[in-house]
Design a protein around this ligand. Structure first.
Ligand SMILES: Nc1ncnc2c1ncn2[C@@H]1O[C@H](COP(=O)(O)OP(=O)(O)OP(=O)(O)O)[C@@H](O)[C@H]1O
Ligand SMILES: [Mg+2]
Length: 297
């Protein structure tokens, strides 16, 4: 009997599972000393692995520990429990193996676009001429070679984030860490940059960890979506609710938003982030601000 044609999505996940683990997060916990000396637990017992060239997104309600997680992965903050291994080695501080793109525009305003991208290369001992020609290649990849001599203030918000991506990738990191990189952009620009990022990722051997609070962005970009839940009485600290595989083929197209598989994943994540609860008015002692008999029109 001829073999049934294999499902390309299942095949893709099998291929990813066969790749080496790049990032290994084990029982990670983080607590801060908050106002009045009170301990704030931001993360609790978070464990997951990311494999080479996987695109992982992390979603969760505001305050559930997403930025704390990415800062720990970047080595910008120390965790208080568990461990983070990159290629099997513990992360103890920032390093060139991790590229970072944050929401705030982080370009140096006193350097031209090409000098911004060259910056990390020159810090890594590359000569100026070679750094310049490599930087121009990366700018070309993000579609901004024509802006090489512009100053950051002469770029739009979306263009600045593209330069930030070029700068992060130029250092050839193992992992690209992104914390709501498109959060400040209008929806149109945001959609364009999402497409652009996926195109770039297909051409570069890099693993991506992308934080967002936008479920559509998380699903559309990712191989897998990690859902972090905020702390409650039963679970101290933001904890990992689930790692959801996105059963959509790659490359992605906007038309996939209409597929039942897309909608099912989206709804599942939505329910994990916002479990059905009684309306706030039934849980909270709210003051009634309308006179008896007033109707809501
Ligand atoms: N330096 C700090 N000191 C004390 N508490 C902190 C500190 N940084 C973060 N927290 C607390 O840790 C928790 C997680 O914060 P974090 O910034 O990681 O959330 P987030 O998921 O990124 O939220 P958002 O979606 O709003 O960006 C919050 O309760 C926050 O108040
Ligand atoms: Mg945050």
């Amino acid at each position: 009997m001829p073999e049934a044609p294999s499902d390309p999505v299942a095949e893709r996940f099998r291929r990813i599972a066969a790749r080496p683990v790049v990032l290994d997060v084990r029982a990670l916990g983080m607590s801060f000393r908050g106002a009045g000396g009170k301990t704030v637990q931001a993360l609790h017992d978070v464990s997951f692995q990311v494999r080479r060239r996987e695109f992982l997104t992390v979603v969760g309600a505001s305050g559930c520990g997403k930025s704390t997680l990415v800062r720990i992965l970047a080595g910008l903050a120390h965790h208080t429990a568990g461990e983070v291994l990159l290629d099997g080695r513990p992360v103890t501080g920032p390093g060139p193996d991790r590229g970072m793109v944050f929401q705030g525009y982080t370009l140096f305003p006193w350097l031209t676009v090409v000098r911004n991208v060259m910056f990390g290369l020159e810090m890594g001992d590359m000569g100026r001429d070679q750094a310049r020609s490599e930087a121009l290649l990366w700018l070309d990849l993000v579609g901004l070679a024509s802006k090489a001599e512009a100053w950051p203030h002469q770029l739009s918000g979306g263009q600045r984030q593209r330069v930030a991506i070029a700068r992060a990738l130029a250092a050839r990191p193992r992992i690209l860490l992104m914390d709501e990189p498109f959060g400040a952009l209008d929806p149109q620009t945001r959609a364009t940059l999402q497409e652009h990022l996926l195109q770039i990722w297909q051409q570069v051997d890099v693993t991506v960890v992308f934080i967002t609070h936008d479920i559509d962005e998380a699903v559309w970009l990712a191989d897998r979506v990690l859902v972090l839940q905020p702390p409650d009485q039963d679970h101290p600290g933001g904890w990992l609710a689930e790692a959801v595989e996105v059963p959509l083929p790659v490359p992605r197209t906007r038309a996939m938003h209409d597929l039942p598989a897309y909608r099912a994943v989206r709804e599942r994540i939505e329910r994990l982030i916002r479990p059905p609860r009684p309306p706030a008015a039934e849980r909270l002692p709210v003051f009634k601000m309308t006179a008896a008999g007033d109707e809501v029109l």
